[in-house]
Design a protein around this ligand. Sequence first.
Ligand code: GDP
Length: 363
Amino acid sequence: MEHPENSDEYKGLAVNKGVEQPSTVNPYFKGRQFKRQPKLSVAEYVDGIVKGNVAVLSRAVTLVESLLPEDQAIAQEVIEKCLPYSGNSVRIGISGVPGAGKSTSIDSFGLHVLKDGGKLAVLAIDPSSERTKGSILGDKTRMERLSVHPSAFIRPSPSAGSLGGVARKTRETIVLCEAAGYDKIFVETVGVGQSETAVHSMVDFFLLIQLAGTGDELQGIKRGIMEMADGIIINKADGDNADKAELAARQFRNALHLFPATESGWMPQVLTYSGFYDLRIKEVWDMVWAYIDFVKKNGYFDVRRNEQAKYWMYESINESLKNGFYNSPVISAMLEQKEKQVLNGELTSFVAARQLLDLYKLQ
Ligand code: GDP
């Protein structure tokens, strides 16, 4: 007879089978995630974009952001074909240090400008960003009301790369958005350095968000950035902070008076508002539209856009020359050696550079 200990019931380590668990992931979602979307032709991209198809627009922007040469080739063709449909928008740069209230403000600015209809695209230039595509959600929660607005398209910054590269992608994305019928474009950037210059080179109006309260507002902000601003707006002018904001506004106005006249003939204005409590949002936008009116009448609107077109031509040349040089196998092979020779005092920096450039030219 079998020993009773061998019986299943007797075993101390018997594990109950338990009940069948439901899948934690929606199988439909899982299936979709791995199913490759059929590739679109250039004509299909352009057609979808021009018809305002948001899914196609998003995919085209992804191509623009892609580093793969084959994606870039398609992206460039799509951009070129979209160019005739672009240009018909007002582009606004919005800059401010982290915490200045950019997202909060863009949320209320966006709702305000969409009251009169039209479509708004919110793009960003943030070269330091570690954010990946997964953060689209993060960006959407930053702009709660706008993200669910049917006429708003929000796209986070292309992921980290050189400032020039990230900015160029945002500039190209503007073309696609305009072709898709977005007549208002916001380009957000963190106001901590050179990204303002990049944003300034692609917008019609540069709005600088400032905060009051430290008593030395003017010291923390670089003169160059102030000179670029077409409007300075002091956020969080609410509650106890309202008086301080007014005081800061007065300081900024006084400082601006000392600056040389702007090329456009427009005197940059300083206003206070509250993005969070939706206070004086209309005043901010009355100022922006007054500027647009002013520069369209005096011709500066086109002058600035032409200058920008020129800037981007040279930027593209510079970027492409630089990439070509550093990605060239001949150069990569020699770069370290030349660097050592410079550090050892065997060559001057200039001679080393000359030798490398000559090598590159010989290819
Ligand atoms: P960002 O980093 O520039 O995008 O700034 P956020 O929009 O994330 O705002 C930073 C913080 O400031 C958040 O806690 C906001 O709630 C707060 N904030 C933004 N705008 C206002 C405002 O108008 N008034 C007040 N009191 N707080 C604000």
